[in-house]
Design a protein around this ligand. Structure first.
Ligand SMILES: [Cu+2]
Length: 197
């Protein structure tokens, strides 16, 4: 064998070994697969209406990161407290608040009409959008976001709702990032959110 052929074989062997180890690394540590799998677990298509009666779908949300929280306007404590905290984050964002979205999705569409949502949201940051719809449409979105909710009868005709009380952070593409901690100084939460603008 000539020297140049031996060199070529060596190079080919090295390249093959490199390809195998690279393939092994990709197989062991799929750079994209894990986050994508996680992303697909929370979020997905929906079609609801906001407090002004305008249709909102998942497609309309593309391009801006958003916070999303599920609850109901008759909620005595957790929802108003959380919406207050989210409002504080939006305030701390200043002008950047326009580059994000914040959604409050009702799990009680029977009582939470667009008019009721609009009235309720007067107490919070104007960037907040309230989403409602028919039972099936709300159920579809809650399911996509892995949100649990259940009607709990109270005395008489009254009822309350049990529900998941996590704020989710979704990125510009509508992919799930993580639960968003609003139990911290608003400036700190705002700085965290800014990273996804
Ligand atoms: Cu609540």
């Amino acid at each position: 064998m000539s020297r140049s052929v031996r060199v070529l074989i060596l190079i080919a062997t090295f390249a093959a070994a490199l390809a195998v180890s690279f393939a092994t690394i990709l197989w062991l540590f799929p750079a994209d697969r894990a986050p994508v799998a996680q992303a697909s677990a929370v979020g997905g298509p929906f079609r609801l209406v906001d407090q002004d009666g305008a249709v909102v779908t998942d497609q309309d949300l593309k391009g801006k990161p958003f916070l999303v929280f599920f609850g109901f306007t008759h909620c005595p404590d957790i929802c108003p407290a959380t919406l207050f905290e989210v409002s504080e984050v939006l305030r701390a964002l200043g002008g950047d608040a326009d580059k994000t979205r914040a959604l409050f999705v009702t799990v009680d569409p029977e009582r939470d009409t667009p008019e009721k949502m609009k009235d309720y949201l007067q107490s919070f940051d104007p960037h907040l959008r309230g989403l409602t719809g028919d039972m099936a449409a709300v159920e579809q979105m809650a399911k996509a976001y892995r949100v649990y909710y259940k009607k709990v009868p109270l005395d008489g005709e009254d009822y309350t709702m049990d529900h998941t009380a996590l704020v989710y952070l979704m990125d510009k593409e509508g992919r799930f990032v993580a639960p968003f901690n609003v139990k911290r100084p608003p400036e700190q939460a705002a700085a965290d959110l800014r990273r996804y603008l």
